[in-house]
Design a protein around this ligand. Structure first.
Ligand code: 5GP
Ligand code: ZN
Length: 113
């Protein structure tokens, strides 16, 4: 499949791995927007949040549990962080494989642009 993140999971494209288990893969964003900027993705190819159903949505809960673990490992659990999913063109999604950005290590502005 011609999907950048599927290639990263397969190891065909190198990435800075932060965490991996049977279901998810986490790695550092190539263009970090904060001192900690990690992408957490399901190993299953799901093209966006629009494709979540009762059958596959349990992965999202697992991703948030993994995020809590990563936050502790990265030292941002106490300071806080943001987890973002961009969906579709208006959401700013550029890679069509479901992913959650974990941003931390600095104070983040709100609302988003
Ligand atoms: P989106 O804009 O779809 O929400 O997020 C895609 C993210 O993937 C962007 O933050 C972008 O910097 C990151 N990205 C794109 N290509 C690569 C890559 O080859 N390696 C890594 N580590 N991150 C990438
Ligand atoms: Zn994919």
């Amino acid at each position: 499949m011609n999907c950048l993140f599927c290639k990263i999971i397969a190891g065909d494209i190198p990435s800075a791995k932060v965490y991996e288990d049977d279901l998810v893969y986490a790695f550092r964003d190539i263009e970090p927007q904060a001192p900690v900027h990690i992408l957490i993705i399901p190993k299953e190819h799901i093209s966006s949040a629009n494709e979540l159903t009762d059958e596959n949505a349990s992965i999202v809960g697992h991703i948030f549990a993994v995020a809590a673990k990563i936050a502790k490992d990265e030292g941002i659990a106490d300071g806080g962080y943001r987890i973002v999913n961009n969906c579709g063109d208006d959401g700013g999604q550029t890679v069509k494989h479901l992913h959650f950005h974990m941003l931390g290590g600095r104070s983040l502005a709100w609302p988003p642009g």
